[in-house]
Structure formats: structure tokens, C-alpha cells
Ligand binder design. Sequence first.
Ligand code: NAI
Ligand code: 13P
Length: 322
Amino acid sequence: MAEPKKVCIVGSGNWGSAIAKIIGNNALEKPDMFAKEVRMWVFEEMLAVPDLVESAKDADILVFVIPHQFVRGVCNQMKGHLKEGVVAITLIKGFDIAEGGGILLISQVIRSTLEIPCAILMGANIANEVALENYCEATIGVKSAELGATLKALFQTRYFRIVVVNDKETVEVCGALKNIVAVGAGFADGLGYGDNTKAAVIRLGLMEMIKFCEVFYPDCQQSTFLESCGVADLVTTCYGGRNRRVSEAFVKTGKSIEELEKEMLNGQLLQGPATAAEVNIMLKSKSMEDRFPLFTAIHRICKGMIPAKDFLECLKNHPEHL
Ligand SMILES: NC(=O)C1=CN([C@@H]2O[C@H](COP(=O)(O)OP(=O)(O)OC[C@H]3O[C@@H](n4cnc5c(N)ncnc54)[C@H](O)[C@@H]3O)[C@@H](O)[C@H]2O)C=CC1
Ligand SMILES: O=C(CO)COP(=O)(O)O
């Protein structure tokens, strides 16, 4: 029989801590499949295992759950120090910028830097609610059915239900783009427009997410948008997420996103404004800003290039209505 797999969680923030509880319990309950000691790499604290290479070197499964801006640096530190046959799964919502201005998926950065397979887990999973064990769902995107089954066993519980799909790019792109739409939902709330307007932001945002996948990932499957990683994550983030909350305050207070992130999030980090900027670099380089007016307006408002009240004009003039 195969040895139980050793798991290392790379990250210890809001989501990393909540998912560690699930992984830790599953490792204890499934000793044939997983080693009962689960390591966790903690960035700055003196708790747990502070040395990245030390925590990851024996792992068979690496669970990446850090803010997206740190992935490249973390992978570069791990390179050349991992066990043969190790696999990864990313829970990170965001993109990386390729040389020349294109978008790279975080799973691509992990795969290409570490030369290991990398699956994706995304879903409607506000960490604090998962930590309370409130029922929710998530989607694992992976091509290999065998790896999919192992990862499902690692993550699924009675209250955290998993669907495995093979359309991994769409799973990951949904997780990144919904954070931009959530910023727009926060603007609509800050401007005091009410639930109908917010529903329109969510709908137009979903249309742009689908178009983005059709243009840049032509193999995407429409059914993936109906999984937890798609419409469900979009809805929960536009109502209960940090991106929405800080963006509402941005409109109401006139303070910068960076100031509010420090004031309101106690060391946690927003992904939406940075993702909007990364997507904009690509759209601009391809002269495609006009085809994604919601994403473009959200980026410009975050950067102070246009006032937040112009968001309504963007909605009214959206090409969906022409
Ligand atoms: N919080 C949530 O509800 C959910 C978050 N996610 C995604 O999970 C990822 C991680 O998010 P959270 O756990 O919420 O993080 P967080 O917002 O709590 O991030 C702060 C963490 O970043 C770490 N950090 C700071 N500087 C660093 C560096 N230079 N290198 C490495 N780490 C550094 C800190 O140690 C801290 O723990 C993000 O992509 C997020 O979109 C996904 C689902 C739910
Ligand atoms: O991704 C999330 C829920 O699935 C969390 O969203 P926020 O980062 O906006 O809190």
C-alpha cells in the first residue's frame, strides 16, 4: 500500500487558517491516505514552521494559499528543494503578469517555476464562515481523475462539499475575476444605489467573466460558470467579501484603497484592485479595454483616474444593452 501523503500548507492568512482546520481534521480521519502531521508555513510569525524550505521539503502535496502577489517569490525560494513526485493545489485568487503584458494563471507560475503538476480549488468560501463550519461548496479543477480523487479526500467534509471538474482554467479565471466585480459591487453600495443596481453589476460582471474566458481561454466550458467557483463565488463576494466592504468605504470616505486596506483589514490583503490593474495591463496592450468596460471602469476608479459616480455611466452604456 502507498505511504500516507505528507501535506504542507504554504500560507497562514485568513483562508489558510480556515482551510488548515479542514485539512488537519481530514488527515487525522484518513490515516491510510494522509500523514497526521500537516505542516504550515507562516510568513512572519514565530509560530509553526517559519522556514519555507524546511516546511515544504518532505511534502507530497503542497497547498498554496497566500495573496497572489507573493507567489513568484515563494516559488523561487522553494525551487530545487522539493521531493520527487510532489503535487500542488492553489487556492489563490489572482493573476500574474507575463513578460510582454499578458496574463499568467497562478497555477501556471507554480507549474513552470517548480516543474510540478498543479490543481486548483476555488469556490464561494468566505473564510470566516468556513471556519464556523457553515455549509458551503467548492470546485476543484484538475485534469487527472486520480489526483482529483486524492484532493477531494483531502478537502471534502460534511459541511464543505466538493465538485471536481476538468476545466481547470475556467475554475481559476473565475476565482480571480470575481474579485474585480466585487469591487464594482462595493462601489454601487457606496453610491447608495440599492440591490437592483448591484444585481446588474453582478450580471454584467458575469458576462465580462464569460467573455474573458471565451476570448483568452477558448476551450472553456459554460457549465463551469454554474459551479461554486463561478456564479456562487461571485454572489458571496459581492455581498460578504472584503473587496466589497473596502470598496464601499472607498466611495463613502474618499480615502485611497491602500489606506483603507490598512485601516480596515488588520494585515489581510485585498486582491480585487490589484487584479483589476493586472487585467488592465493586458487589455490595454491588446487594445481591448472597450470590450470589457466594467473591468476597465473599476480599475480607473480604483486609481482615481475617473470619479466613482461615473460607474453608473459605465453600466448604462454597457455594450450588453446596445
Ligand atoms: N479570505 C477569504 O475568505 C478567502 C481568500 N481566498 C484567497 O486566498 C488567498 C490568500 O488569502 P488570505 O488567506 O485571506 O490572506 P490574507 O488576506 O489573510 O493575507 C495576509 C497574509 O499574507 C501573508 N504575507 C504578507 N507578506 C507576505 C510575503 N511577502 N510573502 C508571503 N506571505 C506574505 C501574511 O503572513 C498574512 O498571513 C488570496 O488569493 C485570496 O483571494 C480564497 C477564498 C476565501
Ligand atoms: O474569495 C472569497 C470568498 O470566496 C473572499 O473574498 P474577499 O477577498 O473579497 O473577502
